[in-house]
Design a protein around this ligand. Sequence first.
Ligand code: PAF
Length: 294
Amino acid sequence: VDLVRRVQAMQEMARQARGTGKKIAFVPTMGALHDGHLSLVRRARELGDVVVVSVFVNPKQFGPAEDFTRYPRDLARDADLCIQESVDHLFAPEPDEMYPPGHRTFVDMEGLTTVLEGAARPNHFRGVLTVVMKLLHIVKPHFAFFGQKDAQQALVIRRMVKDLNLDAEIVVAPTVRHEDGLALSSRNAYLGPAERAAATVLSRALARARQLVEREEVRSARAVEAAVREVLAGEPRARIDYVAVVDAETLEPREEITGETLIPLAVFVGGTRLIDNALVRPPAAPRPPAGDLA
Ligand code: PAF
């Protein structure tokens, strides 16, 4: 794998690839790569002629009291994994390279970014959208890949691409889980053994929601949310940050579960904040065309 540290070098590479008619497939990450990321890289390998992975722990998307400084970093290991997956370019800039002194331009979005994760983490999505916009301009991909585990992030990125007429196709891939249901996340590394066991409560709560909506045909959002909270409350190491039952496209709270519905949750397990979500729909509801925003 070719390790690229400079924005200009990456842009030049991208220009050359595009110039020779190659399709660029791009997986942006913050490193500490796991099978969730690698599933995105494999999709990228299928769709692209040139596969680019970025590893950049983006300071602008962390709050002052969050885990930016202790976020896991292991570029040598990430590079090994990229070699195994036949990644062509690993773009890993330093913070000063991405945000040189004087940087003062940000991407902002109304509404969708101020609820759920955005309410819990002010300025988080401003940081995410800004870095993703920059990365799309630097890597110039035909396809860019994101995980459904960060459902709201995937939604706001699709919205930005549509609103600002960006020339990349956003591909959202399913959450990868451990056998016991826990969604893969770089932050799982913070969990001690007892917390790791307790952390399965997130996927258990979501499985209960799916059962209620899809098998027992419960339509009341309030009833489903209460059932999710009850499962979470059964785990003494877990503390709920939020649970919601919302429209999957607008993120507006639902009263009745009629169409495609997102159930996102954020839960502290010990000192570690984990997120997960389920997309559910009543048995009769038709699936919306994938990737289409109103
Ligand atoms: O999902 C992530 O890892 C990050 O939010 C992203 C998309 C790489 C932007 O920093």
